[in-house]
Write a protein that binds this ligand. Structure first.
Ligand SMILES: *[C@@H]1O[C@H](CO)[C@@H](O)[C@H](O)[C@H]1NC(C)=O
Ligand SMILES: *[C@@H]1O[C@H](CO)[C@@H](O)[C@H](O)[C@H]1NC(C)=O
Ligand SMILES: *[C@@H]1O[C@H](CO)[C@@H](O)[C@H](O)[C@H]1NC(C)=O
Ligand SMILES: [Zn+2]
Length: 318
């Protein structure tokens, strides 16, 4: 059963992305990644972020959301998402870089751009720190199903209820469901939640999945035929090889696969509610929580792998 319950009266004050995985989601991705960095990546992260961010991807992960409404960073707002023009209510989910990544760029081109820039030793330390903070943040956003969906402005224009409070579908996925889960099952303690996800990766239910997480093999759609590569190593190597030849605005293969994976949840879970449902309780909540846990854990692990390949030449991870 799928019904939409956005009302015309509810043309909400929310514009695209008033929120993004809230601070908790981004911090979760960053702190998880920090656990899996190999030596070269860890040393760059520590020295680049310094005491301002406690040398941690967890602390730095929300910076990109904090600045996006400042005049000086307005240009970065479209980089937090890709407007997939698919049809999730009709069970048709897809992401196409040519169809969906606007002329001004999107999260796919932004990841390529900052992956190039973080490696540019000719840039200043603060420019490379900025690149790191954007990568830290965008590898989180790309795992949020409504950051890879154009429908109703990524769900921002769909009224919803979470824990009895009015919100919108996008915000429920960014923060409402996650906060309710952390409050209800982890004593309201973010570090407890993060430690639980890390344990699942290292020795629990995610352990057998991690090599697939790093393979960049699409589970939903064939990868584009024009490219043969589909590993993090090849993506980053190709970017280096094409440096200076528009490579920085050519989306890479792995981020596209990650976007498609997140977008597939728009068809299976995100829009599957009945009118009047409270999204932060009952079946909808029970179905959404495992998806959010998985996406945050996966993107944290991928963020570590991405930086490890950049600074150590290999993921260094199982
Ligand atoms: C800073 O990081 C250290 C570990 O590297 C941790 O023990 C400490 O709690 C962190 N401080 C803050 C304010 O997050
Ligand atoms: C790449 O990043 C720089 C620095 O933030 C930015 O000025 C530029 O617009 C970006 N280019 C693209 C194509 O995203
Ligand atoms: C979670 O707990 C915090 C702190 O007690 C509270 O401010 C917040 O409203 C709670 N959020 C939800 C969604 O229950
Ligand atoms: Zn964001």
């Amino acid at each position: 059963m799928r019904h939409l319950k956005y009302s015309l009266l509810g043309l909400s004050a929310f514009v695209r992305g008033t929120s993004a995985w809230g601070a908790l989601g981004h911090e979760t991705v960053g702190y998880i990644a920090q656990e899996f960095l190999t030596s070269g990546a860890l040393s760059f992260v520590k020295s680049s972020l310094g005491s301002t961010y406690n040398q941690s991807l967890g602390s730095a992960a929300t910076w990109a959301d904090n600045v996006r409404y400042e005049t000086a960073y307005k240009w970065s707002a479209p980089y937090h998402f890709v407007d997939a023009e698919d049809d999730p209510l009709d069970d048709s989910c897809s992401v196409s870089e040519t169809r969906d990544c606007g002329d001004g760029g999107c999260i796919l081109t932004a990841i390529a751009n900052y992956t190039t820039r973080i490696q540019e030793t000719s840039l200043s330390a603060s420019q490379r720190q900025e690149a790191l903070k954007f990568i830290d943040h965008f590898l989180g956003d790309i795992g949020q199903p409504l950051h890879v969906e154009a429908y109703e402005v990524g769900g921002n224009d769909i009224d919803a209820v979470c824990g009895g409070k009015s919100t919108n579908l996008h915000a429920a996925w960014d923060t409402g469901i996650l906060t309710t889960n952390i409050n209800g099952s982890y004593g309201g303690n973010l570090q407890t939640y993060i430690a639980a996800l890390v344990a699942r990766i290292k020795s629990g239910e995610y352990k057998s999945l991690t090599s697939d997480w790093l393979s960049c093999t699409s589970i939903t759609e064939p990868v584009s035929t024009k490219r043969s590569v589909a590993t993090i190593e090849e993506d980053i190597k190709r970017l280096g090889a094409e440096k200076g030849k528009r490579a920085s605005i050519t989306p890479l293969e792995c981020p596209l696969v990650w976007a498609r994976e997140a977008n597939a949840y728009d068809c299976s879970v995100v829009f599957s509610y009945d009118s009047g449902d409270d999204l932060c309780e009952g079946d909808y909540f029970d179905n959404a929580v495992p998806v959010i846990d998985l996406q945050l854990a996966k993107q944290g692990y991928r963020l570590a792998a991405w930086l490890n390949v950049i600074f150590d030449g290999e993921t260094g991870l199982p």
